[in-house]
Design a protein around this ligand. Structure first.
Ligand SMILES: Cc1ncc(COP(=O)(O)O)c(C=O)c1O
Length: 478
């Protein structure tokens, strides 16, 4: 969300918004202020027509290949959500059944991620993975503080170890909650964290290690089991015990269905917590996320608040107080509607389309795959070095002419030389759409190849992978 906007002369824009005289009913104004509350009301039809006109310039969500977030749900889900728009998640006493559905979802996820069965799972819904990651980080920090205080050691300099490819929410967590971020840079073909590099950065002030199941940059899974084994080995040598949080914003709703043999979840005793975005491969409209802890002991009791619930108390842990209930209801609908086999089928179709796209793009001579959509259904590809006439940024611009939003961006520290295009295949991105995209991509190639030199570079890119980072130095922990 923009905090403020200035016009070219440095002042806030004062231009009025003109209302088409056909929309304005008798006596209504034909101009409304943009940044000031209008003096009086207008008819609902007039207001909604003005808003609809404003929104016309937004891109087509289904052609948005940049987002991981759900852009289509079934009409039944739309209707259910519309019926729940008025429910506030925090009012557990007023809406006990919505609270019950939330807990059912948490328990379903805990079992999907192999938490030791039996007891009621510890976890909750959030507005998205960002809030879930903040809460996971806070639990790690508080656990570390308790342990340090118990042995009369300083709690002044907590740090968190993670790959430089983490999503910006981890940079925010470290900044907002005063934890030193220890980023592992990329190196050569290693585009995410591994065990060896994680271990090198851990010390007595480390609150935990974040492993990402699937990297936002290229959709690759970080090797959670290998990172865990390296930390086991470190513990044997030094006695130091570091928990892992798995940021499964996307992958925690993909791997259980498509990669059952991949061990990345609570089967690893070191995994303390896992988050996912219900609004990504959980297939719900934004914003709902989920966080589950291994057990109640992994979430320090002193972070938990109590709210009224059916005449009793319900433990809660959240950053926001009020939150919409509709998304949680829609998540429960999806869980019922699809079941394990339904989710497996949807994610498999996404992976099939992603690998079909990557194979076809690799056949177009100028491109080279960085990832092929075999982990998250996400593919990243760059332009071969010997192609001097165009850049990935040129491709992104060219595809925009047909309405496709395909982001191009450079990788972070030590691979700033690598610039890629990324496609996120989501539910609803059919093989037909993939063929249309391939046709459009092929059609642009002769023109791009005939350019004397690239026209766009990273500086002119419309999409910045982490545009909201405050500064590169903050990211490097300097
Ligand atoms: C790995 C990862 N973590 C966290 C997030 C933040 O998720 P949300 O948008 O649900 O807050 C994202 C978003 O893309 C992500 O890819």
């Amino acid at each position: 969300m923009a905090l403020h906007r200035k016009d070219k002369r440095g002042g806030v824009e004062e231009r009025m918004l003109s209302v088409n005289p056909l929309y304005a009913r008798g006596g209504e104004s034909t101009e409304v202020p943009r940044f000031r509350l209008p003096d009086g009301p207008m008819l609902p039809d007039t207001a909604s027509q003005i808003v609809r006109d404003e929104l016309m310039l937004d891109g087509n969500a289904r052609l948005n290949l940049a987002t991981f977030v759900t852009t289509w749900m079934e009409p039944e889900a739309d209707r259910l959500m519309a019926g729940c728009f008025d429910k506030n998640m925090i009012d557990k006493d007023e809406y006990p059944q919505t609270a019950e559905l939330e807990m059912r979802c948490v328990n379903m996820l805990a079992r999907l991620w192999n938490a030791s069965g039996g007891a009621e799972a510890t976890g909750c819904s959030t507005t998205g993975s960002s809030e879930a990651c903040m809460m996971a980080g806070l639990a790690l920090k508080r656990r570390w503080q308790h342990e340090r205080r118990a042995s009369a050691e300083s709690t002044a300099r907590p740090n968190l170890v993670m790959g430089i490819n983490v999503q910006v929410c981890w940079e925010k967590f470290c900044d907002y909650f005063e934890v030193e971020p220890r980023y592992v840079p990329m190196e050569g073909a290693r585009l995410h964290l591994n065990g060896e590099e994680a271990v090198k950065r851990c010390d007595e002030n480390t609150i935990g290690v974040v492993a990402v199941l699937g990297s936002t940059f290229d959709g690759s899974y970080e090797p959670v089991a290998e990172i865990s084994a390296a930390l086991d080995e470190l513990q044997e040598r030094t006695g130091q015990d570091f928990p892992i949080h798995v940021d499964g914003a996307s992958g925690a709703m993909v791997a259980p269905f498509l990669d059952p043999d991949l061990v990345w979840d609570f089967r690893l005793p070191r995994v303390a917590s896992i988050n996912t975005s219900g609004h990504k491969y959980g297939l719900v409209y934004p914003g709902v996320g989920w966080i589950v802890w291994r057990d109640a002991a992994a979430l320090p009791e002193d972070l938990v608040f109590r709210v009224n619930y059916l005449g009793g108390e319900m433990p809660t842990f959240a950053l926001n107080f009020s939150r919409p209930g509709a998304q949680v209801v829609a998540q429960y609908y999806n869980f019922l509607r699809l079941g394990f086999e339904g989710y497996r089928a949807v994610q498999q179709e996404c992976r099939d389309v992603a690998t079909y796209l990557s194979r076809s793009i690799a056949e177009l001579k100028p491109f080279e795959l960085v990832t092929a959509g075999e982990e998250l259904p996400v593919l990243a590809f760059d332009v071969k070095d010997r192609v001097g006439s165009f850049s990935v940024f040129d491709v992104s611009y060219a595809l925009r002419e047909r309405g496709w939003l395909m982001p191009a961006y450079t990788f972070p520290k030590n691979r700033e030389d690598l610039a890629v295009l990324r496609v996120v295949v989501r539910n609803g991105f059919s093989r037909d759409l993939a063929d249309l995209l391939l046709e459009d991509l092929s059609r642009t190639l002769p023109r791009l190849l005939s350019q004397p030199a690239p026209l766009h570079d990273a500086a002119s890119a419309a999409y910045h992978h982490n545009a909201y980072r405050r500064s590169p130095s903050a990211k490097e922990g300097k």
